[in-house]
Structure formats: C-alpha cells, structure tokens
Write a protein that binds this ligand. Structure first.
Ligand code: VG1
Ligand code: CO
Length: 560
C-alpha cells in the first residue's frame, strides 16, 4: 500500500482543554477535521515517531470506530511501526495508561469525551497520552495546537482497513516498510494489574461473606460506558459478584441516553437503588472509566475529597503500597483539603496542583507521589498516570475488608480524628461564554483591589475575613514550568475557601464551577448537611460575584 498526501483546510479552535480536544460529534465529522488533529498529534512527536508504537482505544462512544480507522490509516502513513488497538476500539482511559506503560510505547491516543453525553448529537474527543502513560502536559498540547493552526496537508494510507472486532495481529507493507496493527483484548492487562495491586482474596471474602460475617452487598453501575467489560471481568469473574449486582454493563455508543457522569445528579439511578434496597456499597464510573462515585448503605455519600483522605489514611492495607511505600499525596487546588490533614499527621508530603490529571504526572515520575485525587470524582495512584474509577472502588473494598467497618462508620471515625472539611461544588452548565467571562473578570478585578485582603464578608451570624486572594498560578516543582490563571481563589483566615473556575472540558458555551470549603472541628457538626454548614459561604460567593445577574441563573445545574 502507498501513502497519499491530502491538501487540507485549517480549523480554528483545535485547542485541547483540561483533558484533550472535546467537541460535538458533528464538528469531528467535518471533512478533514479529525485527520488534521491526528496529524498534528503525530507531528508534535516528530523525531520519535518513526518506528514507534502507539496504543489506540476509547470509551466506545459514537464515532469512535470511524476515528480508530482514520488513526490507523494516518499512523501507517506517518512512519509509525505498530499500533496496539483495543478490540472493537474499546479501552478505558486507565487501561490505555496501563498498556502504554506495560509496553513502553511512545504514547497513546484516547478517543473519549469522558463524562460528556455521546451519540450523534453528543460529544466526541481525542486525547494524546505520552510515554509515561499520562495525559500530555501543556507543553505538548500547546505544540499540537500550534501545528493545527498551520497544517497544509496530512498523510494517509487510504486503502488500509483493519477488522478491529477480531483479536489478531495484522501486518502489511507501507511503502516497503512493515506496519503492524495488533487488536488486543481490552481488559486483560488492566485486570492483571489490579490483581497485583489489591488483595483479591480478602475482597472476595468480604463480598461473599465468611467467618460468620454475612456477605457485603454491592451495586456497581457502569453507566453504559466503557467500564462494563472491566466490571464484568473483575467484579463478576474474579470477585464473584452476581450479574444482578452489576448494572448498565454493556458499552453503548450513546450511553443509552445517560449522562455518564458519576455524581448525585447524573447517577441518580444508582443512588435511588442503594437508598431503597439493602446494599452496603455502591459505585459508579464515568464514560471512559477514570471517575468514580462511592456511596455506602442507604446511599450515604462519600465526597471525593473525603474519599482521598480516607484512602490516604488507610493506604497501608493495600499490598501495592506496602511494597512501594507511601511517597507523597497530592490533590488539585479546588479539592477539599481533608487529605492535607492526614499528610500533616503522618508527616508525608502533600502537593497542590491545578485542575487536571496531567499535573500529577511529573511528581509521580519523580517518585514523589503515591496517591492523588480531585474533587471531581477522580482518585488514583502512581500505578498508572490517569485517575482510575475501578481502582478507586477496589481500593475502598480492600480498606473495608481490612478495617471491617461500614462506609459511614469509616467516615465518622475519620472525622472524629481529623475534623471535617465540609466541601461543596456548584456547577452552572451551559452558560453564555461572554457573560461568564465578564463575571470572572469582574470577580478578578474585585479580589485584586488593594483593600480586598482584610475585608470582612458577612452572612447571617457568620463573618469571614479575607486572608489572601489571587488567580491561582502553579510552578511545577520538577520541570519548573508555570501554569497561570488556574482559578480565582479567596482564602479566609479560618481556612475556609471560595474558588471560581471556568470548566475546560465543555464542548460549547461555558460552565462556571464554584467550589466552597470550610473546616469544622466541633463533632456536633460532623453529621450535618454540608449545604447547611456552607450556606453562609455560598451566599457570600453568589453576592460577591453577581453570578445571578451575569448568567441569569438562580440555581446550579449540579450540586456536589
Ligand atoms: C473536569 C474536572 C477535572 C478533571 C477533568 C477531566 O475539568 O473538574 O477535575 O480532571 O474534568 O476529567 P473541568 O476543566 O471541566 O473543570 V475526565 O473524567 O473528563 O477525563
Ligand atoms: Co473521565
């Protein structure tokens, strides 16, 4: 087969956001659009590309199969030697990271828009992961973006078509050089890794009941996303969970109409089921399998910021960490600071990074980080370089199997020791971009005023004194790179925080995120509703930002 060079046109806005390029499917379907971006990804790897191996797979959403075929043709034309492609084009984001690391490939291309809805009218996305298995850092994504602004041609092997439904190794000659596509089992490598990390025997005993203990009843919801086959293999086959306790486990191109985002709003199906039936534990994952939501009996909600702290506090029950030791913890800036308290008490370093998993990579590669998390239902460790939904559920089950307490009791005991960092996030989705930007400018101006520090902000009988305020900027301690404008922060003297950020994962319009945190040491508050405890700060935030006036919204789309 031979390579053809196609003249193309330039598309504006092929700028990767928090996690790859995400746009409506219809945008990707435009002639040349996907090809341009893939060519730019490959060109950004330049010298390393010839003879390289890449991993290709995605969350199974609509347009994924077409994109895989395009990538095969373009990779073949650009001197890549080998592709490892998930069967049917399916690989969860954590599985891609696993396979890149295991095979020491140059990287991988992940076809996902994560938790954004799918289908012909939904979203699609393309993300490049580097040789460490993690999302490309800003330097690489900026390079890709620059290339999309000047691209004139892309190279393609038009007559190449590989059956991606069949496990096989397919080889051909492209311009006299060998090119191989291995269609691989989507779940094998990932399953093997999980079995190395966790104590499957003790989890199995917990789930099935032993030593006079009754069985621990779980409900696992794959939300029609990519985790279905992983859930069935790991929870079903390996751990013996019965079919009826694993729901929505067939990946669907449109996620069956679900919004595959594991939170209290979009995973209401799981929440309601666990509320009304005698389950001890529920977990849901997002479209591409890197997010998790954990709930206990009667749908007792585990806030992701608490989840991170609890895992930190119990990490030594997990075989993997007994082997590697605990090198450090990290959280993204808006994530509640509960983990910081565990770090202080155990004298382990804790890092704060901007939103997005790519910022944890350098610290992990440098051996400074074992466990990290984000408030956005992301938890993970240095076993790979992506957050990992199934890993998080297994980590919880491993902890429960060891401490032998129900979820709620684990939380209560934790707060009893450390106090409680109350946390909530308000999302205002699909706002007008212009107006949202104006609101952010308005708040930034306000908090930059000379006399803002020291201001007393009041609501009801609560008064908060501003200690510090800025637009968060981060200097990577490993490579010294600086990422600025990562969110407006108002920090108060009592440790409470208000943060405003614009989402970088949407495909149109703007999503405003308001993050609120406050610490309480009085045990009588621990069982109270965060919405009650945090109401004064919510009111202060909404007044101060004039969010209602700017956006016309009187309530958020999602509250976490
Ligand atoms: C959101 C979350 C962020 C997460 C990112 C990718 O970004 O806030 O914490 O890392 O999604 O997650 P943003 O810019 O919309 O706030 V996923 O599961 O889309 O890969
Ligand atoms: Co995701």
């Amino acid at each position: 087969l031979s390579v053809t060079s196609i003249n193309t046109v330039i598309f504006d806005g092929q700028k990767p956001g928090t996690s790859g390029l995400r746009k409506a499917v219809k945008v990707f379907q435009q002639q040349h659009y996907t090809e341009n971006f893939v060519q730019a990804i490959l060109d950004a790897q330049r010298e390393k590309l010839l003879g390289s191996t890449l991993v290709i797979g995605g969350d199974g959403r609509y347009y994924g199969r077409e994109a895989v075929q395009k990538i095969i043709k373009i990779a073949a034309a650009n001197g890549v030697s080998k592709l490892l492609v998930g069967q049917n084009g399916i690989l969860s984001t954590p599985a891609v990271s696993t396979i890149i690391r295991k095979n020491k490939t140059l990287g991988g291309i992940v076809l996902t828009a994560s938790h954004n809805p799918g289908g012909p009218n939904g979203d699609f996305g393309i993300k490049f992961n580097c040789e460490n298995g993690g999302p490309a850092p800003d330097a690489v994504t900026n390079k890709i973006y620059e290339l999309t602004k000047t691209i004139k041609k892309y190279k393609i092997v038009n007559d190449l078509h590989v059956d991606i439904d069949k496990i096989q190794s397919f080889s051909i000659q492209v311009d006299g050089k060998p090119f191989t596509v291995d269609i691989i089992d989507s779940v094998n490598d990932y399953t093997a890794l999980m079995k190395e990390i966790f104590d499957f025997d003790s989890i199995k005993k917990l789930l099935q009941g032993s030593d006079g203990n009754s069985s621990f009843n779980v409900l696992i919801d794959a939300m029609n996303g990519v985790t279905g086959p992983y859930v069935k293999r790991i929870f079903g086959k390996e751990l013996g969970v019965s079919e009826s306790n694993m729901v929505n486990c067939v990946p669907k191109e449109d996620f069956g109409g679900l919004h595959p985002d594991p939170n209290l709003t979009y995973a209401a199906g799981l929440v309601n089921a666990v509320k009304s039936d005698p389950y001890d534990f529920g977990a849901a994952f997002d479209g591409d399998g890197d997010r998790n939501m954990i709930i206990g009996k009667k749908a007792f909600f585990v806030n992701p910021s608490d989840s991170l702290a609890i895992l930190a506090n119990n990490l030594n029950v997990i075989p993997y960490f007994r082997k590697t030791g605990i090198k450090g913890y990290a959280r993204s800036m808006p994530t509640g600071a509960a983990v910081d308290r565990v770090a202080t008490k155990t004298n382990i370093q804790c890092y704060e990074v901007p939103t997005g998993w790519k910022y944890f990579g350098n610290l992990m590669d440098a051996g400074k980080l074992s466990l990290c998390g984000e408030e956005s239902f992301g938890t993970g460790s240095d076993h790979i370089r992506e957050k990992d939904g199934i890993w998080a559920a297994l980590a919880w089950l491993n902890v429960i199997a060891s401490v032998k307490k129900p979820v709620e009791q684990i939380l209560l005991d934790h707060w009893g020791i450390y106090g409680r960092n109350f946390f909530t996030r308000y999302d205002y989705e699909n706002c007008d971009s212009d107006k949202s930007n104006k609101m952010m400018d308005y708040v930034e101006n306000l908090i930059n005023k000379n006399d803002f520090v020291g201001t007393k902000l009041k609501s009801g009988n609560k008064t908060y004194v501003v200690k510090e305020a800025d637009n968060y900027s981060y200097k990577d301690p490993i490579d010294g790179s600086v990422s600025s404008k990562q969110g407006l922060r108002i920090l108060f003297e009592d440790g409470s925080r208000i943060i405003f950020r614009l989402s970088g994962t949407g495909s149109s319009g703007a999503t405003i995120r308001l993050y609120i945190e406050s610490y309480e040491s009085d045990p009588s508050t621990f069982v109270q509703d965060p919405q009650v405890i945090l109401k004064p700060l919510v009111d202060i935030s909404l007044n101060l930002s004039k969010l209602g006036e700017y956006t016309g919204r009187d309530k958020p789309t999602v509250i976490t």
